[in-house]
Ligand binder design. Structure first.
Ligand code: PDD
Length: 286
């Protein structure tokens, strides 16, 4: 089944989708994006993804209404590509004009979307767990806005992957852990799940919200309050990432040191099972 692109009103092969060199997304990273997972061809929580993009558009003053009916575009892309395990990438840039730092008014946004197959992470990877490496969080101070300016994230993630990790764990100057480069990060201290509050310092992940819903359903206590690298290394009995690709990925080691007993923790495993139940319930597949 075809991997497909959508560009400004038309569906085409991905190689055929081209944007002009003066697109502001290309020149300034003046654009927003979303990554939505397809399960059995059904988008998971498309509505919340688009709501998040709308909130980001308000922050950066982008007229997202001019981008058309994004829900319809994404549904149509899912339908036409007819992919099973896949993801939809959506990017809306402010549009095309001669390079100018001044944000122009009345530009037509560029709307790009692609549907790509997703290599599902092997089950064995979840049961073994993953490792992570800490890196300073160098992205901008409005990480709640899912902007395509991702240079710090691609650098820290590449380094983490080269060292055999699943992702980097980002921290601020005072040692507070924020999130991963493509994920949110959690630990468990004294039986309580901890994760950074969903404020301007992190991206409020759709998977993160799903994980917290699952914790609520399973009666596992959680606190959205910041924690430090020291607390993670000294007090945490388990840790895990959440994101659209992995759902819930247990972390056994950070910077080479074991978290808890250095094996995937029971809470992470229960949350992953519950997450998959939610996916099954909402998409009919998982
Ligand atoms: N990234 N934090 C950051 C910095 C992210 O880039 C992402 C997702 C998340 C998790 O969000 P969600 O649960 O909605 O996937 C948290 C996507 C997948 C990406 O950039 O490819």
């Amino acid at each position: 089944m075809p991997e497909l692109a959508y560009l400004n009103g038309e569906f085409m092969a991905i190689e055929e989708a081209m944007v002009p060199v003066e697109d502001r997304g290309l020149q300034f990273g003046d654009s927003l994006y979303e990554v939505v997972r397809l399960y059995g061809g059904e988008p998971f929580r498309l509505g919340p993804h688009l709501d998040r993009m709308r909130r980001g558009a308000e922050v950066i003053g982008m007229d997202l209404a001019a981008a058309g009916d994004l829900d319809e575009i994404m549904q149509e892309l899912a339908l036409r590509s007819n992919l099973d395990t896949a993801f939809l990438y959506l990017q809306v840039t402010r549009g095309v004009c001669p390079r100018n730092h001044l944000i122009p008014e009345d530009l037509d946004p560029t709307v790009i979307a692609t549907a790509r197959k997703l290599e599902a992470i092997p089950e064995e990877k979840y049961s073994r767990g993953s490792v992570a490496f800490t890196r300073p969080d160098l992205r901008w101070a409005r990480r709640d806005v899912k902007a395509t300016t991702l240079l710090p994230n691609i650098m820290s993630r590449s380094e983490a992957i080269k060292r055999g990790g699943y992702d980097a764990v980002h921290y601020e100057e005072d040692g507070t852990i924020t999130e991963g480069s493509v994920s949110n990060f959690f630990c468990v201290i004294d039986g309580v799940i901890r994760t950074h509050p969903a404020n301007e310092r992190i991206l409020s992940g759709i998977s993160r919200a799903t994980v917290l819903e699952c914790a609520e359903d399973l009666d596992i206590p959680y606190r959205e309050s910041p924690f430090s690298i020291d607390e993670l290394m000294e007090d945490a009995t388990e840790a895990f990432f959440s994101d659209t690709y992995s759902e819930v990925m247990p972390v056994t080691h950070v910077d080479g040191e074991g978290i808890g007993d250095g094996a995937p923790g029971p809470i992470a495993q229960r949350l992953r099972a519950a997450f998959r139940d939610v996916v099954r319930r909402e998409t009919g597949s998982a």
